[in-house]
Ligand binder design. Structure first.
Ligand code: GLV
Ligand code: MN
Ligand code: MN
Length: 414
């Protein structure tokens, strides 16, 4: 195991995070907000590209704009590291970005220690879905978990409604070659992603690292209920076709269904809109999102089925119509036991407290694991806060994650 200067490593990780939290790298001063094809996102990629090129890596992009950097020619085996550097729309400095920074730090440790490990760093496009409402978009494109029709037609920008395809083309990408994105994974012998935990388990158990052994699967979908817009004052209660009432009943039912399913199943309505959305008008249409997840495939899929039946029955009982549209689903994903064991050994050698644990949040690693043996390392974040501007993690823990991954990869690539 390499003898790592933790203080210098921590200072480098802290400097990267501080720079990328600056005004040039976010669309708003109140939060970190950056997503695909914006100038602030481009600048963030340029930052990583510059640092990686200084370290002798070749940097390229897949056909939709995922950054790929490697120190071996195509066709040679490499070990994959990275995460995403887009943010939640109301995000903080660490979700995603810390994982790319930790990967960059591994590249720096590799140079400093003269180990010349075969490495490939990836910074995935649109993990958060902030640009197009589609989580894990870059990694789903890479493992072909989308269709061309999705990219051309269905996936539309939250900001202006134009298609993913048009935005990608305008940014100089080649969406017509999207299937070639699969080649990015061709040479990988393994993959490890660092991420903040996004819950309080590490903090509350006094651990500095988590070694992830499984990731919960999820369903993302929308339910729309059609009724009739009426005057809110003039229309008596028993003359209405109000889809808002159905939406409200569904939110309560989803909570009950998730609780009854148990086994770590969770269900959330995070978006809701009424149209026309005016105080003195009974809504004519309601739309709400479903985010249903869990480590148990049957349990979370059962909740998704049951909430749709409930919505349809609740709508019909009032003479309304409810329609369900799946946005996407990714199955629960087990991590590779060999990589998990190597990480546990490296964490043990580092002499800092760690625990092996599942991830409730989704990560690009779920897609990578489709083709490549994969695992993740978690870093604690203060009070579990994430997807919020006051997200906070300790750069020393980010540096520790880089150290542990560096040593685990050394062992794995022999
Ligand atoms: C990813 O950000 C998720 O919501 O799990
Ligand atoms: Mn993330
Ligand atoms: Mn996130």
């Amino acid at each position: 195991m390499a003898n790592i200067d933790r203080e210098s490593s921590t200072a480098r990780v802290a400097a990267d995070i501080e720079t990328l939290s600056g005004r040039d790298y976010t669309l708003t001063s109140d939060a970190i907000r950056r997503y695909a094809y914006t100038d602030v996102y481009r600048r963030t990629l340029d930052y990583f590209q510059g640092k990686l090129e200084e370290l002798g890596f070749d940097v390229s992009y897949d056909p939709v704009g995922t950054l790929v950097a490697r120190n071996r020619p195509p066709g040679e085996k490499v070990f994959g590291i990275g995460s995403h550097c887009d943010s939640n729309r109301n995000g903080g400095p660490y979700d995603g970005t810390l994982g790319v920074v930790a990967a960059l730090e591994i590249v720096r440790l590799d140079a400093e220690h003269g180990t010349n490990l075969p490495l490939q760093l990836i910074s995935f496009l649109e993990e958060e879905g902030s640009g197009f409402g589609q989580m894990l978009l870059g990694s789903r494109i890479m493992v072909q978990r989308v269709t061309e029709d999705d990219l051309r037609e269905h996936f539309r920008a939250i900001d202006d409604g134009r298609s993913f395809w048009d935005h990608a083309a305008d940014a100089g990408c080649e969406p017509e070659r999207w299937q070639d994105s699969a080649r990015v994974l061709d040479d990988l012998t393994g993959w490890i992603e660092t991420h903040i935990e996004q819950a309080r388990v590490l903090q509350d158990t006094g651990n500095r690292l988590g070694v992830v052994n499984a990731i919960a699967g999820y369903v993302h979908a929308d339910i729309s209920v059609d009724g009739r817009a009426d005057h809110a004052g003039a229309t008596p209660m028993d003359f209405r076709l109000d889809p808002g009432v159905v939406a409200a009943a569904c939110i309560g039912e989803l909570e009950q269904l998730a609780l009854a399913a148990g086994k770590g199943t969770v269900g959330t309505v995070g978006e809701i809109d009424f149209s026309p959305g005016i105080i003195n008008v009974v809504p004519g249409q309601a739309r709400f999102s479903l985010d249903i997840r869990g480590p148990d495939e049957d349990a979370f899929n059962g909740v998704a089925r049951d909430i749709v039946s409930f919505a349809q029955a609740a709508a019909e009982s009032r003479g309304l119509q409810a329609a369900y549209e799946l946005r996407q689903t990714v199955p629960a994903t087990r991590m590779d036991p060999t990589i998990v064991a190597a990480l546990e050994r490296a964490a043990g050698t580092a002499g800092e407290p760690f625990r092996t644990m599942p991830s409730g949040a989704a990560h690009d690693t779920m897609c990578v694991a489709d083709r490549v043996p994969s695992a993740m390392v978690f870093v604690p974040c203060k009070d579990g806060i994430s997807h919020a501007p006051d997200e906070l993690a300790d750069p020393a823990d980010g540096a520790l994650a880089a150290e542990v991954m560096f040593n685990a990869i050394r062992e794995l690539v022999g």
